[in-house]
Design a protein. Structure first.
Length: 188
């Protein structure tokens, strides 16, 4: 069992710490691999969070222990992946907003119908490229088919902290983190 101690603290720390870590998805005989380059932090005290109104059948995975997946549909069409963080019973997670491919991109390109930075520079694009769907909600990210691979923490000067994008509540909260200068970041 993976020791997710680095994901169990405050959601902002966990979201920042996820930068540089990898997601590996074994699907259809292919291994799809990306490096996380952008995240956003959400928790149950945050009006922009799916956990804000408490635990429901739809958001149950956000209240699990750190290291699980929470996948939801945005606008009814785009899957979005969150890595559950914090302590079990307190709803929080880090939205993986963008990632950089680090493995063969052929299958990801086929799934997206695009290549280059357009392949994974947004949460819906990333999930489409990685074949991540709501079927993975509640999945333990230490186990196949979708795994989170810890990598060393990035130095402070490589990380930008700013406000989140694409939300209408708590827009002023500095809960978005990305790797400075990375072309796969959704928006600088």
């Amino acid at each position: 069992m993976q020791n997710w101690h680095w994901l169990q603290g405050p959601v902002e720390d966990a979201a920042r710490r996820l930068l540089g870590c990898e997601l590996v998805h074994a699907v259809d005989g292919e291994t799809l691999r990306v490096r996380i380059v952008e995240t956003e932090a959400y928790d149950q005290l945050d009006p922009a969070s799916h956990a804000f109104h408490g635990r429901t059948a739809a958001n149950d995975a956000m209240f699990r222990s750190a290291g699980h997946a929470y996948v939801y549909l945005s606008h009814g069409i785009h899957h979005c992946l969150n890595v559950v963080t914090g302590q079990e019973g307190f709803g929080c997670g880090a939205l993986v907003r963008a990632a950089e491919p680090v493995g063969p991109v052929g299958e990801m390109t086929r799934r997206r119908g695009r290549d280059g930075v357009q392949l994974t520079n947004g949460p819906g694009k990333l999930c489409q490229a990685l074949a991540v769907t709501r079927a993975l909600t509640g999945h333990d990210l230490t186990r196949p088919p979708l795994r989170l691979i810890e990598r060393p923490a990035l130095p402070d000067d490589e990380v930008v902290t700013t406000t989140r994008i694409g939300i209408s509540r708590a827009v002023e909260a500095p809960r978005r983190f990305y790797i400075r200068g990375n072309p796969y970041v959704s928006r600088s």
